[in-house]
Design a protein around this ligand. Structure first.
Ligand code: AMP
Length: 227
C-alpha cells in the first residue's frame, strides 16, 4: 500500500504514521525527519536548507523530490510506504505521480488530516520529539513514561526549533498558500480520504483501518494499541 499523509503542521501526521506503519508494515518516509537529519550531519544539503527549515519556509521542490525519489526507487515492489510531509506543493504531487508511475506502484490514498487552529497550536507548542528515533510526544496529551526520555529507544526528547509561535505562523502561511491546493488535486483523482484529526490519534487510526479493510486493502490482524 502507498499512502500520503496530508494536513497542516500539528495535524498529527507523525503520530499517525507511527501507528499505521506498525499495522500495515509500511516504510515511513518523513521528509521533515530526513531534512533534520541532513542538518544535523551538516551535509551540503543540510547547510543549504537550515535557514529555511528553522524559519518555517518550504525547502525547494527539487531538493525534497530528489530525496523522496531515491527512497521510493530503492523499495522493492512488495514493500508499502507512507509518505509523511510530502508532497507539500502541487508540483511535488505531480512529480510524485510520475515517480510512482515509473515504478508501477500507484498511490492508494492521500489521507487529509483536517485539524482546527486551537488544536494545532496546543499540539505544536507542547510537542517533544526523540532525538534518536524521531518518535513524537506531547507534554500533556502523550507524555513519555519517564520525563524527557523516549519510551521506545531511551533517547533524549527535545523541542524542535520550529515549534515556537512565530515560526508556526510562517508554517501555517506556507501550508495555506502552497500545500492546501493539493487537497483538490487528490480529490479530483478520487484518492482523497478526509479524517477529523482534532480527535485522538488512536480514534483516527481505527477509522482509517476500517476504511482500508472495507476497501479490501488491509487484511492483517488489526492491532490498535500503542507500543
Ligand atoms: P515537518 O517535520 O514535516 O513538520 O517538516 C519540517 C520542515 O521541513 C518544514 O517546515 C519545511 O521547512 C521542511 N519540509 C519538510 N517536508 C517538506 C516538503 N515536502 N517540501 C518542502 N519543505 C519540506
Amino acid at each position: 500500500m502507498k499512502l500520503v499523509l496530508l494536513g497542516p503542521p500539528g495535524a498529527g501526521k507523525g503520530t499517525q504514521a507511527q501507528l499505521l506503519k506498525k499495522d500495515l508494515k509500511l516504510i515511513h518516509i518523513s521528509t521533515g525527519d530526513i531534512l533534520r537529519e541532513e542538518m544535523k550531519k551538516e551535509s551540503p544539503v543540510g547547510k543549504e536548507i537550515k535557514k529555511l527549515v528553522e524559519s518555517g519556509k518550504l525547502v525547494p521542490d527539487e531538493i525534497v523530490t530528489q530525496i523522496v525519489a531515491e527512497r521510493l526507487k530503492a523499495l522493492d515492489s512488495k514493500t508499502g510506504c507512507l509518505l509523511d510531509g510530502f508532497p507539500r506543493t502541487v508540483k511535488q504531487a505531480q512529480d510524485l505521480d510520475r515517480i510512482l508511475k515509473a515504478i508501477q506502484q500507484p498511490l492508494d490514498y492521500a489521507i487529509y488530516m483536517a485539524a482546527s487552529l486551537p488544536v494545532i497550536l496546543k499540539r505544536l507548542t507542547g510537542r517533544r520529539v526523540c532525538k534518536k528515533c524521531g518518535t513524537p510526544y506531547h507534554v500533556k496529551n502523550r507524555p513519555p513514561k519517564k520525563e524527557g526520555v523516549c519510551d521506545l529507544c531511551g533517547g533524549a526528547l527535545y523541542q524542535r526549533a520550529d515549534d515556537n509561535e512565530g515560526t508556526i505562523k510562517t508554517r501555517m502561511q506556507e501550508y495555506t498558500a502552497n500545500t492546501a491546493p493539493i487537497i483538490q488535486y487528490y480529490e479530483k483523482q478520487g484518492k482523497l480520504l478526509k479524517v477529523d484529526s482534532d480527535r485522538e490519534s488512536e480514534d483516527v487510526q481505527v477509522d482509517l483501518l476500517k476504511k482500508f479493510k472495507a476497501d479490501g486493502k488491509f487484511d492483517h490482524h488489526q492491532n490498535t494499541t500503542r507500543a
